[in-house]
Structure formats: structure tokens, C-alpha cells
Design a protein around this ligand. Structure first.
Ligand code: HEC
Length: 142
């Protein structure tokens, strides 16, 4: 009877260890995946460095917890009207929701409009895990 009990305890500990190791590996992978996603999806229009240069879009240095529309960038009329009427702070949560579908979060945002100048506009990122990794990496830009 005692042997069984220690076997069960051993198995449970092993299972917990495997789960913990999984979380640890997953949390380490986050930033690497996030950086790659940012470089592949955002860098064409946004400066991601501490140079803080505006490109097609405003620079993203310090974006996490920055109020929307707050840097010196020629934002579009629809964007400015929207954030003046509904002030938004780019919390991690808001960024994740925004990145799922920018044009739904802020209607007519220029970022999601395919034009001759912006043929590769950003329509959104379906995977919640990818959005989380991306925002985790954006948080390191400070
Ligand atoms: C096709 C170019 C383009 C791509 C690609 C793009 N953006 Fe944008 N982004 C813009 C533009 C332009 C604006 C300004 C929107 C406006 O004025 O309507 C903007 C605005 C933003 C804002 C609001 C910034 C502020 O100061 O309030 C955030 C946050 C943002 N983008 C994040 C991202 C992220 C993260 C990615 C990658 C997943 C990305 N963008 C991809 C062009 C782009």
C-alpha cells in the first residue's frame, strides 16, 4: 500500500515537473518569436529602435502604456477623431485586441488600408499566442 502511494506521489511530481518545464520553455520562447513577428510584420512601416523615427507609421519605441496618438506624427483624421472621442492607452491588453483586427478596433485606421503607397497594409494577426508574444517583445522597447 505504501509503495503504491509513493509511486503515485512520484508520478504526480513528475507530471508537475514536466508542466513547469513546459511553461519555462514557452516563456523563454516568447520574446524570440515576438521579435521575429515584429520584424516581419511591423518593421516595414514602423521604426522599432530607440532612434524613434517616424516612418509610414509612428515609432513604436515605448509603445506599451503610451496613450494613443500621443507622438509627433501626422496621424490620419479618422484615427485622431477616434482617439479624441475614446482616449486609449496602449496597454498590453488593448494592443493585443488592436492587433487582432486594427481596422475594427479603430475604424479606417491608415495602418489597415491597402493603397498604392501601402500595398502591404496590416489586416490583423489571428493567433492569440502570436499576439501575446509580439506584445511581450514590444514591452522590451524602452
Ligand atoms: C502598412 C504599414 C503598417 C504596418 C505593416 C503596421 N503599421 Fe502600425 N501604423 C501604421 C500607420 C500609418 C499608423 C497611423 C494610423 C493612422 O494615422 O491612421 C499606425 C499606427 C499604429 C499604432 C498606434 C500608435 C500611436 O502612436 O498611437 C500602433 C500601436 C501600431 N501601429 C502598431 C503596429 C504593430 C505592432 C504592427 C505589426 C504587427 C504594425 N503596426 C504594422 C502603419 C502600419
Amino acid at each position: 500500500m505504501k509503495k503504491w502511494r509513493s509511486l503515485v506521489v512520484g508520478l504526480i511530481s513528475l507530471a508537475l515537473l514536466v508542466v513547469a518545464a513546459g511553461f519555462w520553455i514557452r516563456s523563454r520562447a516568447d520574446l524570440q518569436i515576438g521579435e521575429r513577428l515584429a520584424k516581419n510584420n511591423c518593421n516595414v512601416c514602423h521604426d522599432l529602435t530607440r532612434a524613434m523615427k517616424n516612418e509610414k507609421g509612428p515609432y513604436l519605441w515605448g509603445i506599451v502604456n503610451r496613450p494613443a496618438g500621443s507622438v509627433d506624427f501626422p496621424y490620419s483624421g479618422p484615427f485622431l477623431n477616434h482617439v479624441r472621442a475614446n482616449p486609449i492607452v496602449w496597454s498590453e491588453d488593448n494592443l493585443e485586441r488592436f492587433l487582432a483586427n486594427p481596422g475594427l478596433f479603430i475604424p479606417q485606421i491608415r495602418m489597415a488600408q491597402h493603397t498604392v503607397e501601402h500595398p502591404f497594409a496590416f489586416d490583423g494577426m489571428d493567433s492569440a499566442a502570436n499576439r501575446r508574444d509580439l506584445v511581450a517583445w514590444l514591452k522590451t522597447l524602452r
